[in-house]
Design a protein around this ligand. Structure first.
Ligand SMILES: Nc1ncnc2c1ncn2[C@@H]1O[C@H](COP(=O)(O)OP(=O)(O)OP(=O)(O)O)[C@@H](O)[C@H]1O
Length: 257
């Protein structure tokens, strides 16, 4: 089954074609990575898929439904969520509450009710807290559940963002450079988290510069260069692809760290 189908998508900014006639499918199962040199169009592609930008041409299907023109909040409610390169947490809320905010996207009572906390939603609240703690355990942040998010290290904040995105119960999660700024231990944790969520049936699409992470966790890789797709396939195929080697590293083979 195809979770996401990007079909001949083009986005121009003035004279720059940020995304030019890009097509690829993301299967329901597994981890797909989008890689490419700086300015290749990765972030633009993510913004098109997650509803922050609208393509000039092309179609984007999420579980078979054309989602072009749908706003990000509507897409999130339908099960398509993203994280950002820059951390976007609520700094004064606790780590746990940051995850709960993400989860209230999918609960019946919603965020407003969660804030007002009427008696009828208390049972739901307990379930939300339990699930949030599970997600914090998954990303290794249970110890700091009650700390304000602003006291966490940068790497911890990035892992918290991943937990918050998962809290919304997505079918497709877009992770924008999740390993950027992580130390080696956090990066290892992240790779395990990504594999676990994919095994649990959540489709993962990620942009990543950390090649060792891509080679370790991705089942498929899509390579962009100057807004165009130049290759796609299994990590081993892509790293050996002449166009990728030429575009990406000026002729040096991709190292796997
Ligand atoms: N809002 C914008 N207005 C004008 N040009 C833009 C805009 N967003 C992106 N671009 C241009 O589109 C091209 C693709 O940019 P994009 O940020 O998508 O690439 P990227 O692969 O994510 O790069 P990086 O790895 O540096 O984050 C670049 O030439 C960029 O300058």
């Amino acid at each position: 089954m195809t979770r996401l189908s990007v079909q001949a998508v083009t986005k121009r900014f003035g004279g720059v074609t940020a995304t030019g006639d890009v097509s690829f499918d993301v299967p329901e199962k597994g981890v797909t990575a989008v890689i490419g040199p700086n300015g290749a169009g990765k972030t633009t592609l993510f913004s098109l898929v997650s509803g922050f930008l609208t393509p000039d041409q092309g179609r984007i299907l999420f579980d078979g439904e054309d989602i072009v023109g749908m706003r990000p909040d509507r897409l999130a409610a339908r099960g398509l969520v993203r994280t950002f390169q820059l951390v976007q947490l609520f700094p004064d809320l606790t780590t746990l509450d940051n995850v709960k905010v993400g989860q209230h996207l999918q609960t019946r009572s919603g965020l407003l009710a969660a804030v007002l906390r009427p008696g009828s939603t208390r049972r739901e609240e307990a379930a939300v807290s339990a699930r949030a703690r599970e997600l914090l355990a998954l990303v290794g942040l249970l110890d700091v559940a009650d700390q304000p998010a602003k006291v966490l290290s940068y790497g911890q904040q990035r892992l918290l963002e991943v937990a918050r995105a998962l809290a919304a119960g997505p079918r497709l999660v877009l992770l924008d450079e999740p390993a950027a700024g992580l130390d080696a231990a956090e990066s290892k944790r992240l790779a395990a988290v990504i594999r676990t969520i994919a095994d649990q049936g959540v489709t993962v699409l990620l942009i990543e510069h950390d090649m060792s992470l891509v080679m370790n966790v991705a089942d498929r890789v899509v390579v962009l260069d100057f807004g165009r797709k130049i290759a796609e396939g299994a990590p081993a195929e892509v790293r050996a692809h002449p166009a990728v080697i030429a575009a990406y590293l000026g002729g040096v083979e991709i190292a796997d760290g």
